[in-house]
Write a protein that binds this ligand. Structure first.
Ligand code: SF4
Ligand code: SF4
Length: 380
């Protein structure tokens, strides 16, 4: 499972209030999955699912954490969340009624592996208010390297069937692609292929759990240069998250979506047990003694208002020309790479630098008189 993309959420209210303008609640509805992707970071699969009551209490607390007029982003995570499609439908309805009563806007979303096609799953996928993402790692032979069922069969054919059906019925969705050391050389071809299928909006996610050797990092930089060109060719209809976010930052535009995280402060993930985490990607098997588990339980307390955790504080970042555009404020990625939420590693740093440089290059090519972009490209 891949964490659902965040929209922008500069979430603390002004004036010292402990409530938020925007709160991101993620419910891990099950530890189970019908696939066994070899890079999965959610641990062993088991039929441990969230109870309706636990989901409802978590939603009540989240709604109470938001100011009237604010937004509750409600994500569903797994395992494969659509294995619990009936539960998700009930929780969206419940969240909508709670949000309406509190004058809070609700924005539900989920990422599916695209292989669960029960009636209940389609009912959820077709809900117009739901932001839908479908995981697809690109070219079928690339996708099938890692995204396989328990019997070893690849899932590409089934995912493509879902994608085609969604496109036929004009259901808007995002394609979510995981990039690994062995798949990165195929990244430009995979994006081209997915766009050729009709998926114009693509979110890229780096497998931060993987070991990236220096040769892999070189391949990543080469691939990103080519992907930036694909991004340019696809504008304005196409979207690729890493470059869209940098472009919005460089142009100082308000962002529609962002990977910037709350990490316990405006963002809470709830495991099926009711245990709380700062990010859904850290829940794993929710084992006793998990070092990143937050104090408390979803059933204890009336809201999720919290004090903040430390942000990025790597001294190497202070003099950096692109520090304000850099997404290594994602404490989850930092934790996975270095064991320290405040400190990114060389891989994350390179990803930010290359995306920033290539975005500035493309924007400079589109607007050759824009000296700011030229100097940004040169400074990175
Ligand atoms: S679809 Fe793959 S990555 Fe997602 S939860 Fe299942 S096994 Fe893990
Ligand atoms: S690009 Fe690298 S040095 Fe600059 S702020 Fe980001 S992580 Fe720090």
């Amino acid at each position: 499972m891949i964490g659902h993309p965040r929209r922008s959420c500069d979430n603390r209210s002004p004036g010292g209030s402990t409530k938020y303008d925007c709160f991101h609640l993620v419910l891990m509805v099950t530890h189970d999955c019908n696939l066994r992707c070899d890079y999965c970071y959610t641990g062993a699969k088991s039929p441990r699912s969230m109870s309706l009551e636990l989901g409802q209490r978590s939603i009540e607390r989240a709604v109470k954490s938001v100011h009237p007029g604010g937004t509750l982003e409600l994500g569903f995570f797994g395992g494969e969340p659509l294995l619990e499609a009936g539960l998700i439908a009930e929780l969206i309805d419940y969240a909508q009624s709670q949000a309406d009563a509190a004058e809070v806007m609700l924005r539900p979303g989920l990422t599916t592996n695209g292989t669960v096609r029960s009636m209940a799953a389609w009912d959820v996928m077709m809900r117009p208010e739901l932001d839908l993402c479908v995981s697809c790692d690109g070219l079928p032979n690339v996708h099938d390297r890692h995204r396989r069922a328990a019997d070893g069969r690849g899932s590409a054919e089934r995912v493509l069937g879902t994608i085609r059906r969604l496109l036929e019925i004009d259901r808007d969705f995002l394609g979510m692609m995981v990039i690994r050391p062995d798949t990165v050389p195929h990244l430009p071809a995979s994006i081209d292929w997915l766009r050729g299928q009709g998926v114009l909006r693509i979110d890229l996610t780096l497998d931060v759990w993987a070991v990236w050797e220096s040769g892999d990092v070189e391949h990543l930089e080469e691939a990103l240069i080519a992907v930036a060109d694909i991004w340019r060719e696809g504008l304005p209809d196409g979207a690729i998250n890493w470059f869209d976010e940098k472009a919005a930052h460089l142009a100082r535009l308000p962002m529609n979506r962002s990977a910037r995280c709350g990490f316990g402060d405006g963002e809470i993930a709830v495991a099926p047990s009711g245990n709380l985490y700062p990010c859904e990607r850290l829940i794993g098997e929710d084992q006793p003694g998990h070092p990143m588990r937050l104090p408390g339980h979803a059933l204890d307390g009336s809201d999720f208002c919290r004090s903040s955790m430390p942000g990025r504080s790597d001294p190497a970042c202070s003099p950096c020309a692109i520090a304000s555009h850099c997404n290594t404020t994602c404490r989850c990625n930092n934790y996975v790479r270095t064991g320290d939420i405040t400190r990114p590693d060389a891989l994350l740093c390179l990803l930010e630098r290359v995306c920033c440089r290539e975005t500035a290059r493309v924007l400079g090519e589109l607007s050759p008189t824009n000296e700011q972009m030229v100097s940004m490209e040169e400074s990175v």
